[in-house]
Design a protein around this ligand. Structure first.
Ligand SMILES: Nc1ncnc2c1ncn2[C@@H]1O[C@H](COP(=O)(O)OP(=O)(O)OP(=O)(O)O)[C@@H](O)[C@H]1O
Length: 272
């Protein structure tokens, strides 16, 4: 069950550019006779947060799974770091939208780290260095106080941060996040975005985030991609949110501009 939060190595055949970036080229996914993704091309720059938005069923989660190599797809993934020393095989960290587990199971946060980080069975008492390492990982996401908490007793936001900490060990080149649609309150969401901002700056990490909260995207993303089976439009938050196609797709009122509604919104996170 924890396979999806482990790390993946994606292969590529040639360099992408001189700057640190990931190029997603001509990604297509067909399931049966249905085309879910059609020729998606994206450049994801290191040190930037790229938010993917789009209606339900647009293929957002499918795109992340294809980048992870978890589902059959066409297209190629190229990665090159700034120094050109680590080209072609990004280490990818993945934070899934949700984790299915038995909420009554006596599994602690420490146990799940043990299961993911070492080959030791979880019933062996953790060694001190391992516990210190887990505490360091958890501190990165402001969650070291949760190390002995039972998984089933975590709030939605806390669980999301634990999954993020797991995806960051070892530190990935490319971080993929599928934000939960519900279960994380506004404070949890704010903290999560703050942590992502820290990471992109400190680790020079490329981050792709599927988000349903347009206000948070407007405030924190460097680049926004509007996806609906293909890329409808992409650019800065200003460019994408002022685009008539975005406004139409999300039922926004016409006439307003990005600057007027940035930071405001209704209770569901929709810009007014
Ligand atoms: N294994 C599958 N078999 C058949 N159809 C699938 C499969 N996986 C996804 N789909 C379909 O592909 C489309 C895209 O799904 P996906 O989960 O990628 O959308 P999404 O943009 O992430 O949606 P949401 O915002 O609702 O999470 C949907 O219509 C979905 O029903």
């Amino acid at each position: 069950m924890f396979r999806t939060i482990m790390h993946h190595h994606a292969a590529s055949s040639e360099d992408c550019a001189k700057l640190c970036c990931t190029k997603i080229e001509n990604f297509s996914v067909k399931i049966g006779r249905m085309t879910i993704l059609d020729q998606v091309n994206l450049h994801i720059h290191c040190g930037q947060l790229t938010a993917v938005i789009g209606p339900n069923g647009a293929g957002k989660s499918t795109l992340l799974k294809a980048v992870l190599g978890e589902i059959p797809h066409q297209g190629t993934l190229h990665y090159v770091d700034a120094k050109g020393k680590h080209t072609g095989h990004p280490v990818i960290g993945y934070v899934p939208q949700y984790l299915r587990f038995d909420v009554s199971a006596p599994i602690s946060v420490m146990d799940i780290f043990m299961a993911c980080l070492s080959n030791r069975p979880v019933w062996i008492f953790p060694t001190r260095p391992l516990r210190r390492r887990v505490l360091r990982s958890l501190a990165r996401v402001h969650a070291d106080h949760l190390i002995d908490r039972r998984l089933g007793a975590l709030s939605g936001g806390e669980l999301q941060r634990i999954l993020l900490a797991l995806a960051l060990d070892p530190m990935p080149d490319l971080l993929l996040l599928d934000e939960p649609v519900s279960g994380v309150d506004q404070n949890g969401l704010e903290l999560f975005y703050e942590i992502l901002s820290e990471l992109r700056a400190k680790e020079d990490m490329a981050i792709i985030l599927i988000s349903h909260d347009l206000n948070m995207v407007a405030r924190h993303a460097d680049q926004v991609v509007l996806l609906n089976h293909g890329v409808i439009t992409s650019g800065t938050p200003e460019e994408v949110f002022d685009d008539g196609r975005t406004r139409e797709m999300f039922g926004m009122l016409t006439g307003g501009s990005f600057g007027q509604w940035k930071g405001r919104g209704d209770d569901c996170g929709n810009p007014l």
